[in-house]
Design a protein. Structure first.
Length: 248
């Protein structure tokens, strides 16, 4: 049986599944972030300062001071993990104005990897009858939500996007963004905004190909001005200024 994906409007009973999907998606980036932060100059400075405090002020033997190296790395790992976990919890509680989900239908005995499988994509309604869909297991594999952007005039903001690993990113994301863009344009918004981090390579490539342009690049502070993460705000023009309706 051919697996397929239905992109439909979010329902209330999807919330728990969407929250789990968002949490897993956000947490999938913390490993990349950890290695990126570990190679930065501030990490070396932190290790040297910790070593100096142990040796000079606490009188710890030099040999035992070497334990500060793995100790600092563990501290950085834990801090990175909980920073991403806190961000995931924040996004899980976001109440958007509109949301879509991609619900995947796969046979109960499905040995093929999602990367290797071929999925038919349907919009809003499943074309098959209930007797046929009972032969499939259902799983929400992607979600996208938008809300009014508080900082940009007449703009909608993609505030909660997540996709399960190994599923065809481009094939699922493109129709979802198409439908979101259409709904926002019909709602009178002038632009669609999103923000991505420096390690979200797939997202950046997709948005560039779709037509998003860079509005600004900035560094979000994590610990003062010493430790920060580079983020990019992208914008997509929905229609010309003549067709924009005032919403704010």
């Amino acid at each position: 049986m051919q697996p397929f994906i239905v992109i439909r409007t979010y329902r209330e009973d999807d919330e728990l599944k969407c929250q789990d999907l968002v949490r897993d998606y956000i947490m999938s980036f913390y490993t990349k972030s950890f290695f990126a932060l570990m190679l930065r100059e501030i990490t070396l400075q932190f290790i040297v300062i910790t070593w100096a405090i142990f040796f000079i002020f606490l009188g710890v033997p030099l040999l035992f001071c070497t334990l500060s190296v793995p100790g600092c790395i563990v501290c950085l790992f834990v801090s990175t993990y909980f920073a991403f976990y806190a961000k995931a919890m924040e996004l899980m509680k976001v109440k958007p104005s509109q949301s879509l989900v991609a619900e995947c239908y796969e046979p109960f005995i499905f040995r093929c990897s999602p990367k290797e499988a071929s999925y038919d994509i349907f919009m809003e309604n499943c074309p098959y009858d209930e007797a046929h869909t009972r032969k499939f297991r259902r799983r929400i594999v992607a979600t996208i939500s938008v809300k009014n952007h508080h900082a940009v005039y007449n703009a909608a903001w993609i505030c909660r996007f997540a996709i399960a690993p190994d599923y065809p990113y481009q094939k699922i994301m493109e129709p979802m963004v198409n439908l979101v863009s259409k709904n926002c344009a019909n709602g009178g918004y002038g632009s669609l905004e999103c923000t991505i981090s420096e390690w979200q390579e797939n997202e950046r490539d997709f948005y560039d190909e779709y037509g998003f342009v860079t509005r600004q690049i900035y560094h979000k502070k994590i610990i003062g001005s010493s430790l920060s993460v580079m983020k990019t705000q992208l914008t997509f023009r929905l229609h010309t200024d003549d067709g924009i309706q005032k919403r704010n």
